[in-house]
Every structure is written in structure tokens, then in C-alpha cells.
Write a protein that binds this ligand. Structure first.
Ligand code: VG1
Ligand code: CO
Length: 546
């Protein structure tokens, strides 16, 4: 490359926030400040020290600033000695597709541009995260190093070159580095076809099983069209909001009962389809609905585990399963019956990656609408939808019947999460500090029929690399196995979000018609009482209930 093409630009350190479970998330105008993105990207490159000529995968969920950021990162990759960058056409790669491409192409790593389920647009959120060669989110020692570097950085390297054409697939050169613009959907769709029985799903759909998939104007639109319409021959009317928009149509691309309201009302409506599903901004989350029926993500993980052998990719059984700590223990019961190990990890996908690389688990999931397997190292929205369709194609039952049979067999872990968003930081920290200080008073205390067995602050020692993560959520554990968990979100960009996770185990089939909020009524009041929530935050009701 011509030496004079590389510019070394002086800069001041100012990334003020440790990248959280999913990288660095900030408002778009923050990322648009001069040198802001560049500082962070150089800090990534300095932390990972890529060998000369290394391959990088690059793509994002198409939100506002995606393309501008990609052009900057390409110029910086060229100046930092990468030999090749694989970029999704028009800068598009869903998070699971990026993980798939990193693994399939043997790349050194990948940069994913997304703020996941957070809203987009000029005033919305943007985000950036680094994934390693296993296709999974960088472990804490890398994200800590990126943060440290970003506080010490004095200069970054970038080539002086025009924008690269990203709208057509094929190879082009950028100052000596090869930029390969790839079709964003095909590797991923092929992987799905290798795991699931597409013939069985095609006959299910041909037989009139009516589905709706809502891409929420986010990245899964083109993936869903290729998989459901082109390959599985579902009618075009199965797709909703499948044109990706930089501001997600001003929506909140978070597949839950609150934000996916259009889909929810169709599934609750008079001529409701048999099956509904939605995915988030970057395509790694999923929500599963039956006709007038919602499947909690915790139940979904347990049900997929119990039915895994019906699916070609998992026919030989599962090595083990894992769930994040706040996820309900429904899957634990299935694992016990199958005689396979079940791991409980802190929130965030990176903890699952180590277990999968060591071949200890096959399936894993989180209560936050994340489910996945060792086919990649990220959670995978469309994968979960296809898994459900495959199970339904074999069992020939409705979603509701499958869930109710599951509860009748294993008991029901009644579950709900209450989020209090945009609380002032001081108030949120106050709630947590107060609760931690109350631990000794709470142990042994009774609230109606509930008795607190113990309280703790969850910590996790990784069975593979021995690293310990502390402060992962406060738990109130009751003698009957019920739990309340409290933690602060690591992905918000405004104030603090307090999450309260409620779980009660109920083996009695006659109770299973109760809706979760009713069944959890006592635990909900206990949570309010022990945190002094209203007095400390002024909030009477959660912002979002899932
Ligand atoms: C949330 C979820 C967590 C998930 C994370 C990233 O984190 O609770 O389970 O792993 O988002 O998901 P937090 O810290 O806000 O609770 V995604 O779809 O943003 O990659
Ligand atoms: Co996401």
C-alpha cells in the first residue's frame, strides 16, 4: 500500500463507559462526534493485535449510521494491516449471521454494529461490539482491555481513500486490503437448512398451518424472506415489517408483548394464525406465540430441550444445557430427567460460548427472548422459530397444547420480568444498596406463605477457564423454590433500568390456567416491599412486563 495513504491521527481518550455484555452502546450523535468511533475501533485493534493479513468480518443491523461506520472501519482495518474484510452487502449482517460467517470462513474476528433491540434513527442508539474467532462476543479480558486502551489512546490509523462500493457482491481493493462484499443471507440460510427438516416444515405450511413472522423493520427481513418464502414456500402474507429501515419505522425493535403489539393483536384476534414470531433489531432474539397464547422464553428453552431429538440437527441428543441465572429453572427439570448437566451462568451470551467451545452444552438460553445452540456462538432468533416449526411439524399439535402438555409433565415455572426503565442512577443504585444491606434481616423472614431461605449476590466461576464474575444479581430464594432476582441492566443508554425477575414453581395442573401476573401476585408485592420501590423511585408500575 502507498505509505502516504496511512494517516496517523492524534486524538484524545474519551470512551467513558466500559463495554457491557453486548459491546459499547451510545446515542447516534455520540458516535458521530469527531474521532469517537475511531478511538474505540483503534482500541479494539490494539487489544486484539491481529496478525498481519488477518481476516475480519464486518456488518450491522442496518440502523442509522451503519454504513458511515462501516466505511470508517474499512479504512482503519486497511491501515492496521488486515488482509481481507468480509462485509455483508449494503453493510447488512444479522448478529447470528455474523457469528456464522466468522466460523465458516475461519476469520480472526468480527465487528458487529448494532444496539440490538434499542430504538434507532438519528437520535436513537448505535452500538459496536467485537466477536472473536469462535464467533462469540469477546470475553471480559478483551473488553476490559479495549476499555483501558480507549482511555489511554493518543492516535489512530486510517487510510486516505474514497468509500468502497458495498451495494454489489464481489471483491475490490482498498489500499492493498481485499474487501469482499458477500451475500448476507446465504451462508446462514444454508446452516439452518442443515439443522432442520425443511421438507417437514414445508408440508406443515402447505397443509395450511398459518404463520406470521414480524421482523419489526429490522435486520431479519431479508433472512425471513429467503427462509420462509423462498425456501419453505410460505405465502408472502406470512411476513410482516420485513423491509429493514434505518429507524425501524420509528418502532422499538424488541420482540416482547409490549413492543411487538401489532403481531400480538393479530395473534389474539378473531382469525388468528396458528403461529406467530418476532425478532429484534439485530436478529438474535425471538418471541414465540401460539393462537392467543404466549410462550415465555424460559418455557421455550425447556420445551426445545425436551423435544430436541425430534429435530435432525439434535437427533443424537444434547451434551448439556445452560441458562442465565435470572432465566427460570424450567429447563433444569428437563435436564434432570434427560440426565444431562445444566449450567447456570450470569446474564450475557459470552458465558455460554466457553461451555460450548468445551463441548459441555448444546442448547442454551436467556429469559430475555434469547435462545441458541452450538451451531454458532450467539443467540439466534430465526433458529428458534425454525426449531419450533420443526417440533410442531413432527408433533402435529398446537403451540398451546405443546406447552400445556409440558407443564402437565414437568410442572410449571410461572415466570415474569418487570422492567423499570430510565430510573435516575442514584435511585436505582439506592434500591440495590438497600436490598443488599437488608440481606441479614430478610433471611428466614416470612411473607404470607413465602419464607425466605437465603439471599445472595450471584457470582459465577467459569468451569472452563476458572475466571470468576461477581455482582451478577441479587437473589431472594424462598423455601419452596420460588425466587425473586434483582439486577441493573447493562445495555440501556438512559439512566438505569432495574429488572425484577419473578418465579414460582407450581406442579398443580389445575392452576395452570392462571395468568402469570395473577399467579405471581404475592411475589410482586414482596418485591415492592423489600426494595421500598415506590418510595425510592416514585414508580408505581413497571415500564415493561414480559
Ligand atoms: C439484556 C438482557 C440479556 C441479554 C442482553 C443482550 O441485558 O437482559 O439477557 O444478554 O440484553 O441482548 P441487560 O444487561 O440489559 O439486562 V441483545 O439482543 O442486546 O444482544
Ligand atoms: Co439483539
Amino acid at each position: 500500500m502507498p505509505e502516504n495513504a496511512v494517516l496517523t491521527i492524534a486524538t484524545l481518550p474519551y470512551t467513558d463507559q466500559k463495554p457491557g455484555t453486548s459491546g459499547l452502546r451510545k446515542r447516534v450523535p455520540v458516535f458521530q462526534q469527531p474521532h469517537y468511533l475511531e478511538n474505540f475501533v483503534q482500541s479494539i485493534f490494539d487489544s486484539i493485535s491481529p496478525p498481519h493479513g488477518a481476516t475480519l468480518v464486518l456488518g450491522g443491523d442496518g440502523r442509522h449510521y451503519n454504513i458511515e461506520a462501516i466505511q470508517i472501519i474499512l479504512r482503519m482495518a486497511a491501515a492496521n494491516g488486515f488482509g481481507r474484510v468480509l462485509v455483508g452487502r449494503s453493510g447488512i449482517l444479522s448478529t447470528p449471521a455474523a457469528s456464522c460467517v466468522i466460523r465458516k470462513q475461519g476469520a480472526f474476528g468480527g465487528i458487529i454494529l448494532s444496539a440490538s433491540h434499542n430504538p434507532g434513527g438519528p437520535e436513537g442508539d448505535f452500538g459496536i461490539k467485537y466477536n472473536t474467532s469462535n464467533g462469540g462476543p469477546a470475553p471480559e479480558k478483551i473488553t476490559d482491555s479495549i476499555f483501558e486502551m480507549s482511555r489511554r489512546i493518543t492516535q489512530y490509523r486510517i487510510v486516505d481513500a474514497p468509500d468502497v462500493d458495498l451495494d454489489t457482491t464481489g471483491d475490490r481493493m482498498l489500499c492493498g486490503m481485499r474487501v469482499s462484499v458477500i451475500e448476507p443471507v446465504s451462508d446462514y440460510a444454508d446452516l439452518m437448512e442443515s439443522l432442520f427438516d425443511f421438507d417437514a416444515i414445508r408440508s406443515l405450511l402447505a397443509g395450511g398451518f398459518d404463520i406470521r413472522f414480524d421482523a419489526m423493520h429490522a435486520v431479519t427481513g431479508p433472512y425471513a424472506r429467503e427462509i420462509f418464502v423462498n425456501r419453505l414456500k410460505a405465502p408472502e402474507s406470512s411476513l410482516m415489517n420485513c423491509v429493514p429501515l434505518p429507524d425501524f419505522g420509528k418502532g422499538h425493535p424488541d420482540p416482547n408483548l409490549t413492543y411487538a403489539h401489532d403481531l400480538v393483536s393479530i395473534l389474539n384476534g378473531e382469525h388468528a394464525p396458528d403461529f406467530g414470531a418476532a425478532s429484534d433489531g439485530d436478529g438474535d432474539r425471538n418471541m414465540i406465540l401460539g393462537r392467543r397464547f404466549f410462550v415465555t422464553p424460559s418455557d421455550s428453552l425447556a420445551i426445545l430441550t425436551a423435544n430436541a431429538k425430534l429435530v435432525p440437527g439434535y437427533r443424537r441428543g444434547l451434551k448439556g444445557v445452560a441458562r442465565s441465572m435470572p432465566t427460570s429453572a424450567a429447563v433444569d427439570r428437563v435436564a434432570r430427567e434427560l440426565g444431562i448437566p445444566c449450567f447456570e451462568t450470569p446474564t450475557g451470551w459470552k458465558f455460554f460460548g466457553n461451555l460450548m467451545d468445551a463441548d459441555k452444552v448444546t442448547l442454551c438460553g436467556e429469559e430475555s427472548f434469547g435462545t441458541g445452540s452450538n451451531h454458532i456462538r450467539e443467540k439466534d432468533g430465526l433458529w428458534a422459530v425454525l426449531f419450533w416449526l420443526n417440533v410442531i411439524a413432527v408433533r402435529k399439535q398446537s403451540v398451546e397444547d405443546i406447552v400445556r402438555e409440558h407443564w402437565a409433565r414437568f410442572g410449571r415455572n410461572v415466570y415474569s420480568r418487570h422492567d423499570y426503565e430510565a430510573i435516575p442512577n442514584d435511585a436505582a443504585n439506592g434500591v440495590i444498596a438497600h436490598l443488599r444491606a437488608e440481606f441479614d434481616n430478610l433471611a428466614g423472614k416470612t411473607f404470607g406463605s413465602y419464607e425466605v431461605e437465603r439471599c445472595d449476590d450471584f457470582s459465577y466461576t467459569d468451569p472452563v477457564d476458572g475466571s470468576t464474575s461477581t455482582g451478577q444479581g441479587l437473589r431472594l430464594l424462598f423455601t419452596d423454590g420460588s425466587r425473586i432476582v434483582f439486577r441493573l441492566s447493562g445495555t440501556g443508554t438512559e439512566g438505569a433500568t432495574l429488572r425484577i425477575y419473578l418465579e414460582a414453581y407450581d406442579p398443580i395442573v389445575a392452576h395452570h390456567h392462571l395468568d402469570a401476573q395473577t399467579a405471581l401476585g404475592d411475589l410482586i408485592s414482596i418485591a415492592g416491599e423489600v426494595t421500598q420501590l415506590e418510595a425510592r423511585t416514585g414508580r408505581k408500575e413497571p415500564t415493561v412486563i414480559t
